[in-house]
Design a protein around this ligand. Structure first.
Ligand SMILES: Cc1cc2nc3c(=O)[nH]c(=O)nc-3n(C[C@H](O)[C@H](O)[C@H](O)COP(=O)(O)O)c2cc1C
Length: 183
């Protein structure tokens, strides 16, 4: 099996060190994502990379999307703010729906997931870690994210950092139960 596949795992921001991620590495990660397949080559993945002062902007946008007047807004701000602060960069993942709707939405969501997996599989070779987080309020409707186009929908965030993490088990159900052989 490919080492990138066996080594890929979710690493949470609490395990990130303070190390930053160089621009050229971020660019290579996005290039890996950009090599994902898509039906009719719609290439529906889009990313926003928040780092440095941009992380404050992300916190503001999260609060705006969650609703600043909600009773538990301070709790949400603290919860997500901590993870954002612990990360070298946070990528917001968007589905950029083909304006002509030439393929069903599920195919474009699948293509975005393929792009994220390409990025995720690439992390190990750079000594990086991260995970895809998809809180319900973040993954809203088209045009809901501040500044997003009417055909763009947020599919979550990818926290990224240089980890110092314990080697935790990644249990999976038996693959044999997930396949039907037809001879
Ligand atoms: C589309 C998608 C959304 C996810 N959303 C969350 C999330 O909101 N919170 C979370 O803790 N993990 C989330 N994960 C990560 C999964 O929890 C993780 O992949 C799973 O537990 C398996 O662990 P592994 O990635 O280490 O193999 C998400 C994964 C995917 C593919």
């Amino acid at each position: 099996m490919l080492p990138a596949v066996t080594n890929r795992r979710s690493i949470f921001p609490q395990f990130f060190t303070q190390a930053s991620v160089p621009q050229d590495v971020l660019e290579e990660l996005i290039q890996a994502a950009n090599l994902a397949p898509s039906h009719r080559k719609t290439e529906p993945w889009r990313f926003r990379v928040y780092r440095g002062n941009g992380k404050e902007r992300l916190k503001d946008e999260l609060l705006q999307v969650y609703g600043p007047d909600r009773e538990d807004a301070p709790t949400i701000t603290h919860k997500f703010g901590t993870k954002i602060d612990q990360s070298a960069a946070v990528l917001l993942i968007f589905l950029h729906r083909d304006p002509r709707k030439s393929v069903p939405e599920w195919e474009e969501i699948a293509a975005v997931a393929a792009a994220v997996e390409n990025l995720w599989l690439s992390l190990d070779s750079y000594g990086l870690g991260g995970y895809w987080s998809s809180p319900g309020f973040v993954c809203g409707d088209y045009g809901e994210w501040p500044g997003s186009a009417a055909n763009e929908r947020c599919l979550g965030m990818f926290y990224l950092g240089r980890p110092d993490a314990p080697d935790l088990p990644r249990p999976r159900g038996d693959w044999r139960e997930k396949v039907t052989w037809i001879d």
